[in-house]
Design a protein around this ligand. Structure first.
Ligand SMILES: [Zn+2]
Length: 709
């Protein structure tokens, strides 16, 4: 998650950390560029715009121009209102001496797949300048041909593929070239009279290029227009409705020109009431303010419809903070949201327009029509499901195949809302025509990527709840589900569950499963984060100290029943409406016990609670089959790497069988130890396609128990 949103009221302190061990082109003993750490301090006040983050001290630790190129690329990447998630690109030109001792001009340009915020020297593709300049003189070249030629120009065959804008970077004479999709510039150019406004504001400091498809066509046009328009005072190039280039002879010069021009644009907008930067504070406020309302059934129903349209389960992330609701409830939301994205490459994440309201079928039909009108037989239609939903009650809902994708869509759309609102305040929001957006969405370079993503994890796009997730079998279930692509909501009494993973696809919630309000709140929060529930793993349980029935206290009995049995009834009942809406059909996995078929002396409360739970599961399997929900049980035994098995309990149980602890651990037919991981893997498999036609099953995971076989 971004901590900072280019908010002018935030002062940002960059810390340069030498990243020993990182791959770098710097020689031994030279500084290697590491990660930029960020500390933010809020302060109040008006009228401050984007500021340079350049630090002479940090820069002095960068050895060579490539290291400086990495440094200022990261400074750009650290401003989400300049570039987001892989957007923008940078380059530096230099000379090298090749194998034959000849001087050769090369350009290091951002490689595709790298993000400016985290780029390293290895993320820059070294291309020979001469073939790039020759390509720029061709009349036509298809983008796939261009991509192939760019790869051929590399001086290092193991380098990443150069950015599709590599030729454009090469034709600009300056040593350093920076390119961003700054929010403020897009707000200006995507408004009525946008070109007049930017020409008035920047004059001859920029060269102006009308919109044209990125790739070869754009490079070709710039090769023509740049030399014709360039003046002594020119420091950059503005691509209308696309973004801004700046350049300079040093990394600092090019970077600071970018910041200066962008802050000029911010000031221009601010004066006209058209600049309200994305606010992290408002987002936080909404996160806590709205946690009590109940909208989980609505969200899960929306997710079902979206997943059906997409043809696979999708993750939905719901945001009802003031900023999101304010946009979603604007009287003109229908009009302003249906024009198009802020800059063309956002279409690959957000689709051209959001769904306003919840009629997913109508959205999908309109998408098919959009494709039918513009596509042709050589193109493969992408799924017609929306990636952004604006709804008066749900606010902003963002959608992806994974939680990470949904979070990227959120970041992009929050900036889009700000840009649209700003341009509307300037007099109107004018996105590119649908055909231009379609051309980027169905770019042959993008079409070529389809189907090349390798094997898809079995549970991708699906959501699981695991109880007792902080340790032992529960923790193992979380790991096994996540390794198969699922997003997981981990519940546990222990607060350590909240920090089990720091990932977008994990939500850890401290929750006492014997409290109905806490279960309700956890499901609410889980559904807001991921959109619904597909899998419920009932694992939380207690194992009271060994005691014969003649000495078993009523308190122990009741407590055991309340955690091992009653809590699971509530979890099942409350999850049922969500599981019913699972795109592939819901799944419940009960972590039972060998004690169900083969109880042991001294464990009456535990054995009886698990047996009752098993009976509950069998009834649930019968009742919910019609809702396509499968309910299966694992009966593990002798899993000793769990919280239940303290040394004390272990010794007592071993003694009650007249065995040593070691004998007790492998006291099964196969003489094997059973681990938490074994149980987690089986639980995840039970949720997967192999068991798609199995319900009501009880599967032992115990190395074979003589008394059961
Ligand atoms: Zn661009």
């Amino acid at each position: 998650m971004h901590l900072l949103y280019g908010y002018p009221n935030i002062i940002i302190l960059d810390i340069w950390v030498g990243g020993a061990g990182r791959q770098s082109l710097a020689g031994p003993g030279q500084h290697r560029c590491g990660k930029i750490g960020r500390i933010a301090t809020l302060c109040t006040g008006q009228g401050r715009f984007m500021k340079s983050r350049w630090s002479d001290q940090d820069a002095s630790r960068c050895a060579g121009e490539l290291a400086l190129r990495v440094y200022t690329s990261r400074l750009l990447g650290a401003e989400p209102s300049l570039v987001l998630h892989g957007g923008g690109n940078t380059s530096v030109k230099s000379s090298i001496s090749n194998l034959f001792g000849e001087e050769e001009r090369v350009i290091h340009v951002k490689g595709s797949g790298w993000d400016l915020e985290t780029i390293e020297p290895a993320g820059f593709s070294p291309c020979r300048m001469q073939p790039l300049l020759a390509l720029a003189r061709l009349e036509t070249l298809s983008d796939p041909q261009m991509a192939a030629e760019l790869r051929k120009s590399l001086t290092d065959v193991s380098a990443p593929s150069p950015s599709v804008e590599a030729i454009l970077h090469a034709i600009l004479p300056a040593r350093f070239v920076d390119h961003t999709h700054a929010d403020s510039i897009l707000t200006m150019t995507n408004s009525p009279d946008g070109e007049r406004r930017v020409r008035e504001l920047f004059g001859e400091r920029l060269v102006y290029i009308p919109y044209v498809m990125p790739g070869f066509k754009l490079a070709r046009l710039c090769a023509e227009l740049y030399p014709a328009q360039v003046r002594r005072s020119t420091v950059g190039m503005l691509l209308l409705k696309h973004g801004l280039f700046t350049f300079g002879e040093s990394a600092k010069e090019s970077y600071e020109r970018m910041i200066e021009l962008v802050s000029l644009a911010e000031g221009y907008l601010s004066k006209r009431g058209a600049w309200t930067p994305v606010s992290e504070e408002l987002r936080q406020e909404g996160a806590s303010a709205s946690a009590s309302s109940t909208l989980r059934a609505d969200v899960a129903a929306l997710r079902k419809a979206v997943s059906d349209a997409a043809g696979s389960p999708m993750i939905l992330s719901t945001h009802t903070d003031p900023e999101a609701l304010a946009f979603a409830t604007r009287a003109d939301v229908q009009e302003i949201s249906q024009q198009g994205p802020a800059t063309p490459d956002h279409v690959l994440r957000t689709k051209r327009v959001p769904l306003v309201g919840r009629d997913v079928q109508a959205y999908a039909s309109a998408y098919r029509e959009y494709f039918r009108e513009r596509g042709n037989a050589s193109l493969t239609m992408l799924d017609p499901a929306p990636r952004v939903v604006l709804d008066p009650e749900l606010g902003l809902v963002t959608i992806g195949r994974t939680a990470k994708e949904a979070a990227i869509v959120e970041d992009i759309y929050r900036h889009t809302m700000q840009i649209i609102s700003g341009a509307t305040a300037l007099g109107g929001w004018e996105a590119l025509p649908a055909q231009d957006i379609f051309d980027v969405e169905y770019w042959d370079l993008e079409q070529a990527k389809l189907g090349k993503s390798g094997s898809v994890p079995a549970l991708i796009g699906e959501v699981a709840v695991v109880t007792g997730a902080a340790s032992g079998i529960g923790k193992a279930c979380v790991a096994s589900l996540m390794s198969r692509g699922a997003a997981v909501i981990g519940l546990d009494r222990s607060a350590s569950v909240t920090s089990l993973y720091r990932r977008k696809d994990y939500l850890g919630l401290a929750c006492d499963v014997t409290s109905e309000p806490e279960i309700s709140r956890a499901l609410e929060e889980g559904v807001r984060s991921f959109g619904g529930l597909d899998m419920l793993i009932l694992n939380a349980g207690i194992f009271p100290p060994s005691a014969p029935v003649s000495a078993l206290s009523s308190d122990t009995w009741r407590k055991t029943m309340s955690v091992n049995l009653d809590a699971n009834l509530v979890l099942l009942r409350e999850s049922h409406p969500l599981l019913k809406l699972s795109p592939r059909g819901g799944r419940v996995v009960i972590i039972g016990s060998k004690n169900v078929p083969a109880p042991g002396p001294g464990a009456a409360a535990y054995s009886a609670s698990k047996a009752a739970l098993q009976q509950l599961a069998r009834v649930v399997a019968l009742e919910w089959g019609g809702d396509r929900i499968r309910v299966n049980t694992i009966h593990p035994n002798a899993v000793f790497d769990t919280g239940l098995w303290t040394a004390e309990v272990l010794a007592a149980r071993a003694a009650s069988y007249g065995l040593s602890v070691e004998e007790y651990k492998t006291n099964n037919v196969l003489k094997v130890e059973v681990t938490s991981r074994d149980v987690g893997e089986l639980a995840a498999e039970l949720c997967g396609p192999t068991f798609a036609k199995t319900t009501g099953a009880q599967i032992p995971l115990d190395g074979g128990t003589v008394r059961v076989i």
